[in-house]
Design a protein around this ligand. Sequence first.
Ligand SMILES: Cc1cc2nc3c(=O)[nH]c(=O)nc-3n(C[C@H](O)[C@H](O)[C@H](O)COP(=O)(O)OP(=O)(O)OC[C@H]3O[C@@H](n4cnc5c(N)ncnc54)[C@H](O)[C@@H]3O)c2cc1C
Length: 384
Amino acid sequence: MIPRIAIVGAGPGGLTLARILDLGGIAATVFEQEAHALVRPQGGTLDLHVGSGQLALTRAGLTAEFERIARYEDQGSRLYDKAGRLLLADDDADGDRPEVDRTALRNVLLASLPEGRVRWGHALREVRPREDGRYDLVFEGASAGPFDLVVGADGTWSRVRPLVSAYRPQYTGLTFIEFGIDDVDTRHPALSRLVGRGKIGVEGDARSLIVQRNGHAHLRGYAIFRVPTDWAARRFDFSAPAAARARLAAEFEGWAPEILDLIRAANDQIVARAIHALPVGHHWPNRVGVTLLGDAAHVMSPFGGEGVNAAMLDAAELGRLLVETQDWREAVRTYEAEMFQRIVEPATEAAEAAATELSHDSLALTLAHFSEHARSRTAQAAST
Ligand SMILES: Cc1cc2nc3c(=O)[nH]c(=O)nc-3n(C[C@H](O)[C@H](O)[C@H](O)COP(=O)(O)OP(=O)(O)OC[C@H]3O[C@@H](n4cnc5c(N)ncnc54)[C@H](O)[C@@H]3O)c2cc1C
């Protein structure tokens, strides 16, 4: 029997699953809270890894589309200190983790789905179990169902998760203030040279800046602080961008002018993101008809860049198992058991990175990490 499947959330995880199911002859419906695909830019750049994000796109039959949006040339990384001294530069573009813009990735996935497969403007409020063992979805002013299987791909604050787990993501202690710089190559050539082709990190005084090159000559920056969750709301008025910019630059007082220029050049979209994570090893007893993937199942701090890759690999595996396994209930059980194991290592690394970020010795630790990374890449290149 082909199960009736609802996927909640049209993020990279939910859309990858919908596409792989579609290729396997299962037409799942995706319910997304956003009103339409272009309601907001989907955020920054992501590097897709060979064995996870890229593998998922291969299984989704989207390799050619991926190659069209992949930016292999933007894999460099540089580390500066607060005086603007370059401590380490790895401008090598030979890596196998190309960057893609989140919006471009979403567009590729959306274009691969039949018209109408995503139901926009459907913010899930509740999943309601029925007496026949199936589930109805309740939205603002509407409902849908019944479904045999509900897949929560609805991110950090999943409304599906409470059906299987009482855990809630915990604050990591880190808040990112996110900002963007437009048209950097022509309007800010000095900043374009400072960042180069990839991303830079600048650390000092128990705070840091990460700035990443996105497509279309856009830079996205994160100013990172270890503070209480309500700190940003108390300190910044984001509805007054000029004041927020000045306030943010003041947080880095004494840093080199060329570094502060990154903040001064920011556009008016300045937002705070309190970074939350589920505990490492988060899992739940199987409940027939409900499962989770991606951030809904295992949101972790973004250090390590595994989140989107893990979400897409979850989708690829759940999709494959649902298509190949005769009993869909068995497919979900197998998916969950394997995913719980698979995610422990990246979640541990992300948790440790968040725990040590902004320590009194973080610059030296980051330098050691960068050097180790560069050494292992050189060794890898020599052995191939
Ligand atoms: C600042 C920051 C930087 C990051 N950088 C990286 C990086 O460089 N590399 C990387 O791999 N990962 C990164 N991540 C993590 C990455 O963004 C996530 O791991 C990834 O997006 C998870 O995909 P997902 O599909 O599981 O969930 P999401 O991308 O969160 O998608 C969830 C979808 O569900 C929808 N939704 C939510 N609630 C509802 C509801 N009630 N009803 C209907 N729809 C709903 C949302 O609108 C959204 O479209 C970063 C995260 C942050 C916060």
